[in-house]
Write a protein that binds this ligand. Sequence first.
Ligand code: WQD
Length: 339
Amino acid sequence: MKILVTGGLGFIGSHTVVELQNAGFDVVIIDNLSNASIEVLDGITSITKKAPEFEKLDLRDKLKVQAFFEEHQDIDGVIHFAASKAVGESVEKPLLYYENNINTLVYLLQELSKKGNANFIFSSSCTVYGQADQLPITENAPVKPAESPYGNTKQIGEEIIGDTCKVYNELNAISLRYFNPIGAHPSAEIGELPIGVPQNLVPFITQTGMGLRQELSVFGDDYPTPDGTCIRDYIHVVDLAKAHVVALQRLLKGANKANYEVFNVGTGKGSSVMEVIESFERVSGQKLNYKIAPRRPGDVIEAYADTTKANEELGWKAVSTLDDAMASAWKWEQKIRKK
Ligand code: WQD
């Protein structure tokens, strides 16, 4: 079985390619290298001893997408990660985000709808829930008006897939709504490679731990939470990668109950910013420099998943703890800074 992974050299994409190969799938990666390094291909290969096929291709080029599918008639499934994902940047450059995250999805679905049976996994995000009214968050929680163009592209993307599946019942799709992916492969051969100043908490912590950043700013400690800092559901990226494999296998064996399904992918446990800092200090054995700073606009107070549906329907459950994930992130940070 051959699986196309778009954005397969990115953070979650590369970890998913490893798990797909471990599960016996052949993989072809499309990536335009706008937010990933070609060296990631070596990292994947050093883990699995099997080099995935790779094509540098920008999915915004409709003709190139068509040509790719004409050349690769043997694709049994597609996992679509390729997208821009920086919340702040999306506010400044909305059209870049709508072009890169929406047009590319439409071009992929146009090709898949030409095939007979097609299987499609979409990289979505808990950001579609905004600040949920009830916690933990189930898949039935209402989708709230997006706080950013990035979040809007995930909402619109899900709607496009849902509408398409209504017409093309040979197209089987699953959207996976990720909570907060963190960590790195235990081998430290692949991991997160943020470009510039990390926007996300964990890479900022590990870079501060390495002395690359002066100190972490904790964006607010006056929230209505036990320690005043925001709560998130931090999931080890390897657990998240494995969720993609089981979701794909569900479609390939026809076990899906509808031709479009949505699953939350998290641990089901919320952790505050301070708890993440404490986890880092435990696993690294060193104190972290941080200060309390003003709240970051757009932050939700608390978000963590109800994972019942994924546990029961997919037969998948996250197994790594926050310390496991933090330790893997720290090992990776130390490795890449040694180069
Ligand atoms: C987590 C917590 C911050 C940095 C975003 C996207 C989401 C997904 C994951 C792509 C928050 C606090 C952070 C810092 C801090 N991305 N923080 N100091 O915002 O939950 O989710 O990334 O799919 O779509 O919205 O993750 O890591 O940015 O922040 O205090 O320097 O850490 O305020 O409470 P977030 P995050």
